[in-house]
Design a binder for this molecule. Structure first.
Ligand code: ADP
Ligand code: MG
Length: 379
C-alpha cells in the first residue's frame, strides 16, 4: 500500500515536472557569519519575500534592485533539512530513470559547498549525504538496484579522479594526492550516445544495507578530500578554482515488469563565479590560467542555457569539459536544478546581482520533456 502511494506521488511529480519544463532555479542566501568581519550584520543586502519565490538586492545607498523571481528563494534561516525537502523529488526521479543534475553556483564563500556537501554527520549534512541516504532508505525497492559513486574535479579544463586512491570495492588506500601514474581521464560517448568518463573509478555502494552504504559513502568523501588536499596548502583556495562533480549511477531491474532502469544523479559544486581580474595585473601565470579556465567554463554553461532557451540548432556543449560531461542532463533529455548561493553582505551585493542575472537567464529556459531511461525487455 505504502509503495503504491509512493508511486502515485512520484508519477504526479513527474507530470508536474514535465508540464513546467525541466530547469529549476533555487536561490539560497546564507546567514551572516563571524568571518564576515567588518560587514554591518544588521543590514542584509538580500531581502527574501515572505512567499519565498522572489527577492531584492540592496546596495550601500539603500537602492534596491527588485523583482527577481525564482522557483524558490530560501531565506538565511532555512536549514539543510528544509532545503533538502525541496530537492528530494529530484533525487527520487533519478531512481525512476531520469538523468538529473544539480549545480551550486555563486561567489566563493557564498555557501556552495555547504549546500552540496555540508559538514559532519548531523544537522549540517548537505545534499550529497542526504541524497544517498534517501536512496538507501528505500532498501525494499533497491534489492535489484546497483548503485555506483564517482567523484571528479575539473581544474584548468583537466579532469581528475578524486577517488583514484580507492579500490572499486570501496576499500581505501592511505595514499594522498594524485599518483604520478594516474590514468588520463577523457570524456567518451558510448554506443547509445551517452557520455561517460573513461578510466574513472566507480565505487559500488551496497544498497541492501543502509548503514553499510552510508559508511561506504563516508569513505568515498574522506578519500576524495585526501586526494584533493595534497595539491594545495589552502583547501578553500583550491576548491574555489575547480568544479567538483559527484556522480551516482543507478541501474535497476524489475522482475515483474521486465524493465531495466538507468538513472543518474550529478551533484556539481562549481568554481567561484566572482569577477576575476582578467588583466592579469598582480596575478602570476598560474592564477591567470585558472582564471581563464573558470571564466570559459562558466560562460560556456551560460551559453548552453542560452542556446537551449533560444532553441538554437547548435548548442555549444563541447566548448567546455563541464557542459560536455553533463550534456545528457542539460539537454531536453534530463532535469537540472541550479542553486544560486548568495552572501548577505553589502560588500557582496555587486557579485550577488551578477549571480542573479545569470540565474535569471537560466530560469527562462524551457526545454522539452525529460526522458525516462527505461527499457522494456522481451521475455
Ligand atoms: P563556497 O563553497 O561557496 O566557497 P562554503 O560553502 O565553503 O562557500 O561556505 C563558506 C562558509 O560559510 C563555510 O564556513 C560554511 O560552513 C558557512 N556557511 C555557508 N552557508 C551556510 C549556511 N546556510 N548556514 C551556516 N553556515 C553556512
Ligand atoms: Mg566551496
Amino acid at each position: 500500500q505504502l509503495v503504491r502511494g509512493e508511486q502515485q506521488r512520484r508519477k504526479m511529480h513527474n507530470r508536474i515536472q514535465e508540464l513546467r519544463g525541466n530547469i529549476r532555479v533555487f536561490v539560497r542566501t546564507r546567514p551572516f557569519l563571524p568571518g564576515d568581519g567588518d560587514s554591518d550584520t544588521t543590514k542584509s543586502a538580500v531581502d527574501v519575500s515572505a512567499d519565498a519565490t522572489s527577492l531584492s538586492v540592496y546596495d550601500k545607498t539603500g537602492k534596491a534592485d527588485n523583482n527577481f523571481q525564482f522557483d524558490k528563494a530560501f531565506a538565511p534561516s532555512m536549514g539543510q533539512e528544509q532545503v533538502f525537502e525541496e530537492v528530494s523529488e529530484f533525487v527520487q526521479s533519478a531512481l525512476d530513470g531520469f538523468h538529473v543534475c544539480l549545480f551550486s553556483y555563486g561567489q566563493t564563500g557564498s555557501g556552495k559547498t555547504h549546500t552540496m556537501q555540508g559538514s559532519g554527520n548531523g544537522a549540517m549534512r548537505g545534499i550529497i549525504p542526504r541524497a544517498v541516504e534517501q536512496i538507501l532508505e528505500q532498501a525494499d525497492l533497491l534489492q535489484k538496484y546497483r548503485m555506483t559513486a564517482s567523484f571528479l574535479e575539473i581544474y584548468n579544463e583537466d579532469l581528475r579522479d578524486l577517488l583514484v586512491n580507492m579500490k572499486p570495492d570501496g576499500s581505501a588506500s592511505t595514499q594522498k594526492g594524485q599518483p604520478a601514474n594516474a590514468p588520463k581521464l577523457g570524456i567518451k560517448r558510448d554506443s547509445d550516445g551517452k557520455s561517460f568518463v573513461e578510466n574513472l573509478n566507480a565505487i559500488t555502494i551496497d544498497t541492501t544495507d543502509a548503514s553499510l552504504g552510508l559508511q561506504q559513502l563516508e569513505a568515498v568523501m574522506d578519500s576524495a578530500a585526501r586526494t584533493r588536499s595534497v595539491a594545495c596548502t589552502n583547501m578553500n583556495a583550491q576548491s574555489s578554482r575547480s568544479h567538483s562533480v559527484f556522480m551516482l549511477h543507478l541501474h535497476g531491474y524489475n522482475d515483474e515488469t521486465g524493465t531495466t532502469i538507468s538513472g543518474a544523479l550529478n551533484l556539481c559544486d562549481l568554481a567561484g563565479s566572482e569577477r576575476l581580474d582578467r588583466s592579469g595585473a598582480g596575478a602570476d601565470a598560474k592564477r591567470l590560467k585558472e582564471t581563464q579556465a573558470i571564466n570559459k567554463s562558466l560562460s560556456c554553461l551560460g551559453d548552453v542555457f542560452n542556446g537551449l532557451a533560444s532553441k538554437a540548432s547548435h548548442v555549444p556543449y563541447r566548448n567546455s569539459k563541464l557542459t560536455y560531461l553533463l550534456q545528457d542532463c542539460l539537454s531536453g533529455d534530463g532535469k537540472s536544478l541550479m542553486f544560486v548561493n548568495l552572501s548577505p553582505t553589502m560588500e557582496s551585493a555587486h557579485e550577488s546581482l551578477c549571480s542573479l542575472r545569470f540565474a535569471q537567464r537560466v530560469s527562462q529556459v524551457e526545454l522539452g520533456k525529460p526522458t525516462k531511461h527505461v527499457q522494456y525487455n522481451k521475455r
